[in-house]
Design a protein around this ligand. Structure first.
Ligand code: F6R
Length: 614
């Protein structure tokens, strides 16, 4: 979490940094700050609690002239959100300033040692410890900033992406990473650095993704130099960015979340492109084609992910088991990593992550690799850590997702898992050609079907008004609709702060049925699938206890229509494709309920999009 930005060049440093912070605000918005080396030869730090807009107001009357600067938007880990705990942090003598994304696990030990040497601390953060440590080493060993950073990082345990400025050396930024992302943009006579490439996409398309354990020396007028912690020179691998500026703007929508919900016909088209071929009769996934033996011989698939990506993973289990007849287990990466998991070289581990940076998912990948499993990644962010750490994988290609609540990434992940399952089934011969072609042809229709579902927008907006003040929600589904229920409940709670629980519909009678009354709406996902008759019984059980029912059904449904208080009709699809269709009305329902409650849907409280801490 946290976003960092840096700029060294002749452009307007402050404006570039602030624009960059706005783009990275999805990573945390507890506080924001900038450090600028002013023309007076001092490092000036301006920082405030709250969002980047607060920082802008705070800076309105300040002298912001500078040729180099670093900036930060924070998701608090050590120390409450406050002006003092906001980054950047100074060393005590004011000689160096630092911004940091990550956590220094042994910060207490380092802090105690520095205090014994007379260092005084002003904040509760682990980052200030790093600033003081670097400066302490620089002064004690009378060495360069680069050398002091390298020596300090040898003492540090934890995750970091850092950028460091030195007062007496205004033509340099030193940056380094370990387990937190950092990318350097190379322009004409200017350098950018950031947690992802969005802050500099309009200035340059050339960038270098720093690898773990690398330190970059960014110096005015000199080529970029990268070394590792052992001071060996590293290769500089320049990548061309594919991101465009329009993908980072709201394009007329009031919120990124709504824009991203409405983008789904085109994001799903991009996700499918080139993967469903020969008129829908063949599925082409490079990661499967290139590793046929692995998928032919796999004895088990283990899916690891967090949050919404875990919900997509649970759908992956239904899809892979159904289509490929391989046993599948789905684990929260955060639990998996500490559960002493039994993984063998016969396992294929699939790691799913929109950001490609989730710390727990990355840790799970390392464990799986160590145990000899083949690790396959499903991610959205090109060049992020998970695609680089996995042996093979598949991008979902839905473009940057900026709203903190995941929408288009979820449907992209489910689409990729569906395609992956079909491709493996094709390879293993566990599905006949006719059925594959039937599903393949339906997949090609998904973008137009999703467009149709989005026409429910106004109906859902009206419906949301009825439920704005509900205090609890229950979401029920069976089979493929069960993970959709979990995801619907998560969407509602994270942006509207209403308590919501997703449950397998038949499990309701083993406990949650006690909660049902007129005050608690139940959302039931009930497309015409092989469990339809079963879920009708569950609808009746809720109805018999006076519960208010919102049902997602297929067009033309008459049975549930007569039982539910409100129905939202979606087009019928083969069963394995229904989750993509039924999850969209739930995204819209959460969005409008949160809007009615006046919540900040793009930046819900306490959350951040990229969870790079444990
Ligand atoms: C919820 C949401 C989170 C993420 C989770 C994992 O809307 O977005 O639950 O799904 O933090 O993030 P990634 O997919 O980036 O690993």
């Amino acid at each position: 979490m946290c976003g960092i930005v840096g700029y060294l060049g002749d452009g307007n440093v402050y404006d570039i940094l602030i624009k960059g912070l706005h783009r990275l605000e999805y990573r945390g918005y507890d506080s924001a700050g900038v450090a600028l080396v002013g023309n007076d030869g001092k490092i000036n730090i301006f920082k405030t609690k709250g969002k980047v807009s607060n920082l802008e107001a705070f800076c309105a009357d300040k002298n912001l002239e500078s040729k180099v600067g670093i900036a930060h938007t924070r998701w608090a880990t050590h120390g409450e959100p406050s002006d003092t705990n906001a980054h950047p942090h100074f060393s005590e003598d004011g000689n160096i300033a630092i911004v940091h994304n990550g956590t220094i696990e042994n910060y207490k030990l380092l802090k105690d040692a520095l205090e014994q040497h007379g260092c005084k601390f002003h904040s509760e953060t682990d980052t200030e410890v790093l600033a003081q440590l670097i400066e302490y080493i620089r002064v004690t060993n009378n060495c360069s900033l680069l050398s002091a950073v390298r020596q300090a990082l040898h003492q540090v345990v934890g995750a970091y992406a850092i950028a460091v400025l030195e007062k007496n050396n205004p033509d340099t930024i030193i940056a380094a990473r370990q387990s937190s992302p950092l990318v350097i943009g190379i322009g004409e006579n200017e350098y950018f650095l950031a947690s992802d490439a969005s802050p500099f996409v309009e200035y340059t398309k050339s960038c270098v993704y720093l690898k773990d354990g690398e330190i970059a020396e960014i110096r005015r007028g000199e080529p970029l130099k990268i070394t590792n912690l052992a001071n060996e020179e590293a290769e500089i691998d320049v990548t061309k960015l594919e991101m465009s500026i329009s993908q980072l703007e709201k394009g007329g929508y009031p919120h990124f979340m709504l824009k991203e919900i409405f983008e789904q016909p085109s994001t799903l088209r991009d996700c499918i492109r080139g993967r469903v071929v020969a008129d829908g009769t063949h599925i082409n996934i490079n990661g499967v084609n290139d590793n046929k033996e692995v998928f032919l011989n796999a004895k088990r698939i283990v899916i690891v992910a967090c949050g919404t990506s875990w919900h997509a993973g649970l759908l992956g289990k239904y899809l892979l088991q159904d289509m490929c007849r391989i046993p599948v287990v789905v684990e929260y990466a955060s639990e998996f990593r500490y559960s002493n998991p039994v993984i063998t070289p016969d396992d294929v581990v699939i790691a799913i992550s929109q950001s490609g940076e989730t710390a727990d998912t990355l840790a799970a990948i390392q464990i799986a690799k160590k145990a000899g499993a083949f690790v396959f990644g499903i991610s959205n962010v090109v060049g992020s850590s998970i695609p680089r750490e996995t042996y093979s994988g598949c991008y979902i290609h839905v473009g940057p997702e900026i709203g903190v609540a995941s929408t288009k990434a979820f449907t992209g992940q489910v689409m990729v898992l569906t395609l992956l399952s079909l491709a493996i089934a094709q390879l293993r011969g566990t599905m006949d050609e006719e059925t594959i072609a039937k599903v393949g042809k339906s997949i090609l229709k998904i973008p137009s079907y999703v467009k149709k579902v989005l026409k429910l927008n106004e109906q859902i907006e009206r419906l949301s008004l009825i439920f704005t003040y509900a205090r609890n929600f229950l979401y029920l589904g069976r089979g493929y609709s069960y993970p959709v229920a979990l995801e619907g409940a998560l969407k509602l709670k994270e942006i509207s702060y209403i308590h919501a629980e997703g449950y397998p519909a038949a499990e309701m009678k083993h406990g949650p049925i006690a909660l049902i009354d007129q005050e608690m709406p139940t959302v039931i996902i009930a497309p015409q699938d092989h469990l339809y008759d079963k879920i009708v019984s569950n609808v009746q059980q809720v109805k018999a206890r006076g519960g208010k029912i919102v049902a997602i059904v297929n067009e033309g449904d008459t049975v549930i229509r007569n039982l539910a208080d409100h129905v939202l009709e979606v087009p019928e699809m083969p069963e394995c494709l229904t989750p993509i269709i039924t999850s969209i009305p739930l995204q819209l329902l959460s969005y409008y309920i949160a809007i009615n409650k006046g919540k900040d849907v793009d930046m819900p409280r306490n959350l951040a999009k990229s969870v790079t801490v444990e």
